[in-house]
Design a protein around this ligand. Sequence first.
Ligand code: SF4
Length: 329
Amino acid sequence: MSQSKRSMKSIVESHPPRAQLTPASLLSTVSHIERSTMRALPDSLLELIRRTSAEIPEDVHQAILRSLEQEKKGTIAESALKLIERNIELAKQKSQPICQDTGSILFYVDCPVGFDQIQFAETARETVTLATRKGFLRQNSVDSLTGKNDGTNVGPGAPAFHFHQHRSSEVEVRLVLKGGGCENVGAQYSLPNEALHANRDLNGCRKVILDAIIQAQGKGCGPGILGICIGGDRATGYELSKTQFLRRLEDRNPHPDLDRLEQDIVNTANELGIGPMGFGGKTTLLGAKICVANRLPASFFVSISYMCWAYRRQGLRLSDDGSIAHWLY
Ligand code: SF4
């Protein structure tokens, strides 16, 4: 039985129906019970942050190792990838951040109906502050108006939370740490784009995606991974493009046209000669992941988020008491 169902059952048993038990008081009791039963949540989130910051997920690591094999021996591209590989190994061994820029902190939470999202967010904010004190995260978040850094990594919009309710009783928490350099080379195009001769079709999307890769060369700490959304409005387009970073690199898009476009973008980008860090070579992209969202007839946006080689993404499934039941990547 799910946590929320069990909590509800025990509430009903210990609180026989009375006139004063309103839906609001019942919900508040549910929240209280969830708070008291998710005792292990702070420890779980702290370990999620530590591991995300210090360890590249296995699918990304394997992609980097494959690229290293493909690059010509003795080239700058090979040296750059060797340096990246060494960095990954050292960070894991020493349990230190893979990159000094520990990035924007993005939580994606799948949870059942009735899950206390407010309490989760409070716990996560406290844990982010603790993780920053412990050095798992750099003091990386500043007030946008004053430029002041209070050293907590917590403030308006930071960390960012994306909650998604589902019918399952399971709670899954995914974390992405997204660097600033690669965030700067993200791009959003409005089709048609006359300069690129890009119309409102998949070929037009292909043209602007390749343009974004060319514009990003030498910046954004490649080899990169693209998260792309075709459609939506400006805000949801970018938001959905980032959800593509939750996919494994080796997965395939269930939509045949998008799957073809994903493969084509990676193959074409890797023939451009941009290479790791823009030093030339065969590895410009490690992956491209594309989703679609409905749009207004008047608009056609293609939103492209760029992830650097320091692709930090982890996730876990929680047990009823908030402890780690299962790692997701
Ligand atoms: S873009 Fe990525 S690799 Fe480059 S400095 Fe930022 S986090 Fe590090």
